[in-house]
Ligand binder design. Structure first.
Ligand code: ACO
Length: 374
């Protein structure tokens, strides 16, 4: 629907801010299409490296190009010692997303090429961030748990190495498949709040790191990526299937927003949640432990009956990540290490065809006031 002059759309709902070739959401189907490929096709067939390439270069890689890209990402995985020292020095109760935000900002302050407005140098910085954010997240997780950080293993794939750096173990096939699929599913999602934040900062011709720091700052909020931690904490609070009905009723009576439910664009279902729901069930069954899936399913039914609100991507991603050994406190960081791929595509797109992003406000404040000299 066209905007009327001076019409305010609260939360910019339905406002089309850019033309983009990166991804498209149709909330009515519902569907998510990335560079022309449906998310179901993507998750069934692509690894994280492949979707990252697709996002950065607009096409799927040939076998040779994928090998080169994979080798380049591997060569960029190690983080500077000063970042490790910072991670060791932060207080044990620091919020992991705040620590990640600061670490990325530090990487920016160490980069003498900050601000060089050329697509190739921007691309290299983005590839570096795609490769290094998992190393930062994993090192922080281990240091936080009182263990020593683990150096990247260059013989392992992106997801396998990430899992190894966090847990110290090589993931079995099912675990690796689940983890890689989570990274693939979270890699890109059109102009969500964090991507918009990245584009706003890039639109001022600021630098890549500042843009990514803006994205991290936005995605950590509980209404956005932070909802994944909230979802798992909620399932733990519910505790058993029998408690789900009263929990949901009480929350709705208190007008609380349940994490992992609702979406600005998908009102009839989030296609990512459908995929994650079946993956969670499959993994739970294979491990003879369906406790979290059963609670989630019951709470989902109650939400559908009482409020007709659908689970979003975070709802089943939370128990899936929990099943494969990720602590709740780390979940938004995992989401961020996937979304950096999508942010990268948007940062390149914004920089490649930039116009300062500068909306207006409809003024509803006082007028005609005069300063009284005392
Ligand atoms: N729990 C309970 N009620 C909800 C929820 C929820 N999670 N989400 C929406 N509603 C209700 C609202 O209260 C409102 O009800 P009303 O019409 O009776 O007042 C109605 O659904 C419409 O909701 P809005 O607030 O208009 O939805 P909006 O588009 O502004 O918000 C949002 C979307 C922020 C995602 C919201 O659904 C929410 O807060 N969800 C919980 C946090 C969450 O899971 N965020 C992750 C989103 S996906 C992502 O970023 C990775």
């Amino acid at each position: 629907m066209a905007l009327k002059d001076n019409e305010v759309r609260e939360g910019l709902e339905g406002v089309v801010a850019f033309e983009s070739t990166i991804s498209h959401i149709d909330g009515t189907v519902p569907e998510l299409v990335i560079r022309g490929y449906d998310i179901n096709d993507i998750v069934n067939n692509l690894t994280f490296e492949q979707i990252a390439y697709l996002l950065l270069f607009s096409e799927l890689p040939s076998a040779n190009k994928l090998a080169d890209f994979d080798a380049e990402l591997k060569s960029l995985r190690c983080i500077p010692n000063s970042i490790l020292e910072f991670l060791t020095g932060v207080p044990g109760n620091s919020q992991p997303m705040s620590v990640l935000r600061t670490a990325v900002s530090m990487l920016g302050s160490m980069d003498s090429g900050v601000g060089v407005p050329d697509q190739n140098s921007i691309l290299l910085k983005l590839k570096t961030l795609i490769a290094q954010i998992p190393t930062i997240v994993a090192a922080q997780a281990r240091i936080h748990a009182g263990e020593t950080s683990i150096e990247p293993d260059l013989s392992l794939s992106h997801s396998s190495n990430y899992y190894y750096m966090v847990t110290g173990e090589i993931a079995d096939e099912k675990t690796l498949n689940a983890f890689d699929s989570i990274l693939v599913i979270y890699a890109e999602h059109e102009i969500n709040a964090s991507t918009f934040a990245c584009r706003v900062v890039m639109g001022t011709e600021s630098d890549v790191y500042s843009s990514v720091v803006a994205g991290i700052s936005a995605i950590k909020g509980p209404l956005h990526g932070g909802a994944i931690d909230g979802s798992m904490n909620m399932l733990k609070e519910i505790g058993c299937v029998e408690n789900a009905e009263n929990y949901v009723k009480d929350a709705l009576a208190q007008k609380r927003k349940l994490p992992g439910f609702g979406h600005r664009v998908y009102r009839a279902g989030d296609p990512r949640a459908h995929v994650l729901k079946s993956m969670t069930l499959e993994l739970a069954n294979s491990r003879n432990n369906s406790k979290w899936f059963d609670i989630a399913l019951e709470a989902e039914k109650q939400m559908a009956n009482l409020k007709n609100i659908i689970p979003n991507v975070d709802y089943y991603a939370a128990p899936l990540l929990y099943h494969i050994g990720f602590p709740v406190i780390l979940m938004t960081n995992v989401v961020t290490s996937a979304r950096i791929a999508g942010w990268s595509a948007h940062i390149l797109e914004q920089h490649g065809n930039n116009r300062l992003i500068r909306p207006r406000a409809k003024y509803i404040g006082k007028s005609g006031m005069k300063i009284q000299k005392t």
